[in-house]
Structure formats: structure tokens, C-alpha cells
Design a protein around this ligand. Structure first.
Ligand SMILES: [Zn+2]
Length: 380
């Protein structure tokens, strides 16, 4: 049996409405987060106040972000070599993010992570050659270089070196965190590698925070990076743990098989009774032949009770295209879908018939159970 692609999972919008598409490169859509536009205005204003003109600051920042896009395209190109598609590239004020369709492991993860910083090193090399051939004067001091007085090409060269080395800091969600995890996993296995990389990442975040606070004055940018890295390390570690715990398992292993269902002509009152008498939040709706007709979400039920009353039929408020997978779908894929749409449960449908459903909670239980089993029995 072939595995159908989930019906509504083609393009979940993880970035929400806060970013706009500005174009695409190598077939990958490029979006800009609205906070990036604020940064542009701020940078222009600072540049203008330093007597270098609003436009000069904005142009430099756009060139800089061009380098960031090339960095992300480096990831995307290497990912493609491993058959991993990139859904989109989003530019934030603190850098870019290439959203991969799935995160590969081992050697592929290592090479994809290295490809971004490698692009910046190549750019820096090219800019350096240009400076040599054109015999552009080197800046006299660090203040001149970083204070904005140096030629733009010099500033871009430095920016690319900083981008390369900053991203190689061994802390999730930086590329260096992935490099560390992928390298360790070649020797220690995925679980140990993830734990160590996450701990190193959070240690780095604490170090950044200390450096940002002492000596005073507080350095806000560094503090922001510290928070970003600390949260990212925790999130990434949780995701990776989940992923390694479920490797090799299918949707059938994680689904709940005992739950209540509704008929399309059941009343909202009936659904409300079930909501109160069970732990269930969402109810699959089955037609007279036992086929999946839809899914009644808790939020729709509550809104319906308030707006339409108890006697209104379930049919009109149910989600007619609930997210569904086949029992043989890998749990890695299910995890990805749950992360893209954490609210609704995922139905497990076998040949039109409901086999079970997977919620975020029981997925969490499965991850815990698998990890404990593995810890107790390291041979498996
Ligand atoms: Zn990167």
C-alpha cells in the first residue's frame, strides 16, 4: 500500500502572517519577516545620524542580508543533494532560517550545516581577492573598520567572516550546534549526541549572558543572542529526542484506538456530553458506513454551542478535511506534521476507515515510554 500524502499538510504556514514573500531563488521562496523592515529603518536612521546618509546604511544592510540569503541557499543546495527540499527561507533581524522539509541525520546533517558558513568563507575570499586586485586601502584601525568609515567592500568582508564564525558556535540553533551533534552522533549514537550538544548549547548561552551583563554596560544584542540560543537549544533537543525515540516506528504504534466518535446528524448537545464525560477534546465524525466524514474540534464545538445552541447538527461545524495519515506513515513524518499544526489531532485512516488518532499528548507519552525502554535495555 502506498502512503498517501496527508491531505492538508502540503504547505503549513509556520511563519504566520508576519512575513512577506519577496521572491525566490533556486525554486525556494524567500520571505522577509516584518521585524526585518523595522531593522532596515533603524539602521538607516543610525547611519543618517552618523552623517553617512540614510540610503548608505540601508544599502549596506541589504548587501549584508544578500550574504545571509546566499548562506541559506548554501544549506538549501546541499540539502537538495541529499534529497531534502527547502520549504522557504525567512529573513529575521538576527539572520536567516532555511526551513527544510525534514532534518536529516548523520553525514547529511553535518554537510548541510557546514554548507552555509562555507558560502560566507568563499564570499570573504572573493571579496579579499577583489580588494587585493583593486588595491583598495586597508582600514587603519578596528574603529574605522567597525565604525563605518572603511570602504564597504572591507565591511562586507568582515561581515562574512563574522557570519561564518558566529554560525559555527557549537550551540543550537546555530549551524555549529548541528555540526557538533552530527559529529558526535557518528561515534556516540543519536541520543547521547543530542544530549551533549544540547548541554553544550545551553552552557554557551549562559556564557553569552554573563558576557552581555559583565562588565557593565549591558550589551543588549549579546543578551538577545543568549536568550535565543538558550531557548533554541532546549527546543531543538526536545525535537531531536522525540525524533530519535520514534525512529523506525509508524503511526500505528502511537495512535489511540479507544475513543468516542460522532455521526454527522448528532447534535452539538451530544458532542458536549462526550466532551464532559471523556478526556477527549476532538471527535472524529463517521458516516453511516463508518467512513471518515470529518472531525469536530473542541474550539468549533464550544463556539457552536454559544452561537447555534445544543440542537444544531455536528455536520455543519465539523472540519471536513482533517489531517489524516495512513497507519504505515513514519512517526518522524507524523512528528513533523504535529509540529506544523500542533492543535488538531491527526487521524489514522486505513482505506477510508478510521484506525485511530494521534494527539500531541499521546505522542509525548510514546516518546517517554520508548526512551525509558531503551534506557532499561541498551542492547536494542
Ligand atoms: Zn546556517
Amino acid at each position: 500500500m502506498s502512503e498517501p500524502t496527508p491531505r492538508r499538510a502540503k504547505a503549513p504556514p509556520p511563519t504566520g502572517g508576519w512575513s512577506v514573500r519577496v521572491g525566490s531563488a533556486l525554486g525556494v521562496p524567500i520571505r522577509i519577516h516584518f521585524t526585518f523592515v523595522l531593522l532596515l529603518l533603524w539602521f538607516g536612521a543610525v547611519s543618517a545620524s552618523q552623517g553617512e546618509g540614510f540610503l548608505g546604511g540601508v544599502v549596506f544592510l541589504l548587501l549584508l542580508f544578500g550574504c545571509v540569503v546566499l548562506h541559506e541557499l548554501g544549506h538549501a543546495t546541499m540539502a537538495r543533494a541529499f534529497d531534502v527540499e527547502t520549504r522557504e527561507i525567512v529573513l529575521y533581524p538576527i539572520g536567516g532560517v532555511a526551513r527544510l522539509d525534514r532534518i536529516p541525520s548523520g553525514k547529511a546533517e553535518l554537510l548541510i550545516a557546514l554548507a552555509g558558513p562555507a558560502v560566507n568563507l568563499v564570499l570573504a575570499g572573493a571579496l579579499f581577492l577583489y580588494l587585493i586586485f583593486r588595491q583598495v586601502r586597508a582600514p587603519g584601525s578596528a574603529e574605522e573598520l567597525f565604525g563605518g568609515g572603511a570602504p564597504v567592500v572591507w565591511q562586507l568582508l568582515m561581515a562574512n567572516l563574522i557570519l561564518a564564525f558566529f554560525n559555527l558556535i557549537p550551540a543550537f540553533p546555530m549551524d555549529g550546534g548541528r555540526v557538533l551533534r552530527a559529529t558526535l552522533s557518528l561515534f556516540l549514537g543519536e541520543d547521547r549526541a543530542t544530549d551533549i550538544a544540547a548541554t553544550v548549547g545551553q552552557g554557551m548561552a549562559i556564557l553569552f549572558a554573563v558576557l552581555a551583563l559583565f562588565p557593565p554596560p549591558v550589551k543588549p544584542v549579546l543578551l538577545l543572542i543568549a536568550i535565543f540560543v538558550f531557548l533554541g537549544a532546549g527546543q531543538e533537543a526536545a525535537f531531536q529526542r522525540g525524533r530519535s525515540a520514534v525512529r523506525g516506528l509508524t503511526a500505528a504504534a502511537a495512535m489511540v484506538t479507544r475513543f468516542e466518535t460522532l455521526r454527522p446528524d448528532d447534535s452539538l448537545g451530544r458532542a458536549a456530553e462526550l466532551l464532559l464525560s471523556t478526556h477527549q477534546h476532538d471527535f472524529p465524525v463517521l458516516d453511516a458506513w463508518g467512513r471518515v466524514a470529518g472531525l469536530l474540534h473542541r474550539s468549533a464545538l464550544l463556539a457552536g454551542l454559544a452561537g447555534e445552541g445544543r440542537d444544531h447538527p455536528v455536520l455543519e461545524l465539523m472540519d471536513r478535511e482533517p489531517l489524516a495519515v495512513a497507519p504505515g506513515t513514519s512517526l518522524e513524518e507524523v512528528l513533523r506534521l504535529l509540529q506544523a499544526r500542533p492543535l488538531g489531532p491527526i487521524l489514522v485512516v486505513d482505506d477510508g476507515r478510521l484506525a485511530g488518532m494521534i494527539t500531541f499528548e499521546n505522542f509525548g507519552e510514546l516518546i517517554e515510554v520508548s526512551r525509558r525502554l531503551r534506557q532499561g535495555n541498551p542492547a536494542t
